[in-house]
Design a protein around this ligand. Structure first.
Ligand code: B12
Length: 221
């Protein structure tokens, strides 16, 4: 039987601590792994998996809204520890303007903020419309900024209609330059079917893939 490495054990432990909403223990393990010089993105990935499990427990009514709020808080605190490490490790000189926002009706922002942090580290200029951003806000900002890529974040099933409306408004813009700006989607429940429904160019479920996608899309200009 294959042996589990200590690193693998720590990864499972962090996922479990976040899923169990063990704030102090989870943050202390994040700190330990930072001191061990681990890839900070792996630590983020484990926190994200922990949050996904919190979501599952919420669906099964093992947790209530307070559980989601607590999970968001743990992630925020973990990011406070991880942000300087990420900013120190990931650097790039990409030039490109990315317009970003969580679509109307959706207030989830942790993933979007993560992406924004990484994009900035890699040299992109990010204009963040925040959460619950209506289609018109994306269209107005697109007209003003002429971004290279527009990124829509949404974590709820109901967000897909907001995404679709936003894409429709951008694609129907009277300025042809706006009509053709690539639009990408991010969120952990997305798939190709949703992307087709929304009418976007591409979708991802993690921030690093989002950065690579933006690099690719801006290189092809
Ligand atoms: C934390 C959380 C909350 C927090 C959010 C705090 C905050 N400031 O953001 C709070 C408590 C506010 C919250 C509220 C609600 N939530 Co909530 N929440 C979650 C939870 C547990 C984690 C989300 C998260 O932050 N994950 C961690 C981040 C890092 O992951 P991520 O968001 O996927 O982002 C990554 C990638 O997707 C990508 N990415 C993200 N955006 C973008 C954008 C672009 C352009 C790109 C390229 C990449 C990219 O990069 C990120 C980093 O890798 C999820 C469970 C889950 N499965 O996700 C439920 C979940 C999303 N919530 C859910 C629900 C139902 C709600 C509420 C309706 C609950 C209620 N009864 O009020 C409200 C919604 C309010 C609203 N109108 O939006 C459901 C949605 C179900 C559905 N299918 O519609 C979920 C899936 C839980 C569940 N399984 O039932 N929630």
């Amino acid at each position: 039987m294959a042996e589990t490495s200590p690193k693998q054990t720590q990864r499972q432990e962090l996922i479990q601590l976040v899923a169990d909403l063990q704030e102090q223990e989870a943050l202390s393990l994040v700190q330990t792994r930072i001191f061990q010089n681990e890839d900070p993105l792996l630590i983020v990935e484990d926190c994200q998996e922990g949050l996904r499990r919190v979501g599952e427990r919420y669906e099964k009514q093992i947790y209530y809204l307070s559980g989601l709020i607590m999970a968001g808080e743990i992630f925020r605190e973990a990011m406070e520890l991880l942000t300087p490490v990420i900013a120190g490790r990931f650097k790039g000189s990409h030039s490109g303007v990315i317009l970003l926002g969580t679509v109307q009706g959706d207030i989830h922002e942790i993933g979007k903020n993560n992406l924004s942090l990484l994009l900035t580290c890699y040299g992109f200029t990010v204009h963040d419309l925040g959460v619950d951003a209506p289609p018109e806000a994306f269209a107005d900002a697109a007209l003003q900024l002429h971004p290279d890529v527009i990124g829509l974040s949404g974590l709820m099933t109901s967000s897909y209609d907001s995404m679709r409306q936003t894409v429709a408004l951008l694609r129907g813009n009277s300025d042809p330059a706006i009509q053709h700006i690539p639009i990408i989607l991010g969120g952990n429940q997305l798939n190709q079917q949703v992307c087709d429904y929304v009418g976007a160019n591409a979708w991802v479920t993690d921030a690093m893939s989002g950065v690579r996608l933006c690099q690719k899309l801006t290189e092809e200009d």
